[in-house]
Design a protein around this ligand. Sequence first.
Ligand code: DQA
Length: 146
Amino acid sequence: MSRLVYVLNGPNLNLLGKRQPHIYGHETLADVEVACVALAAELGLSVRFHQSNREYEIIDWIHEAREVAGAIVINPAAFTHTSVAILDALNAFEGLVYEVHISNVHKREEFRHHSFVSGRADGVIAGFGTEGYLLALRRVGSQLPV
Ligand code: DQA
């Protein structure tokens, strides 16, 4: 299986670092991408890192990943709680899926407690800040065949 990983980010995560820093921290999404690419190199993985505010773009990247990637690390952001379409796309992907949330969604409003994506994810990380992406990549690194 391919050691290529798609790291996908949903709506408003382009504002990471500026948006509600008391919840999401001060690191930007560009910082997260740099850290992911560096760790991936260490782990012998390659990464395609994307963010979109549009549901269909995330779905298209999942379809693209079906053809080439061994794993998807996804922070679907608000689409986590609303999107059957993203769940369906992930169900059509045969590799590993890890769901990441920067904040601990279970400690927050009740509408954040349900995730459609968790019904497909092989693992879920929430509340570890942006380090959650790196933890997910480490898990991908140990799960995918070399
Ligand atoms: C989030 C949690 C979601 O509930 C929220 O809509 C986000 C970010 C997180 O990373 O903690 O935009 O996925």
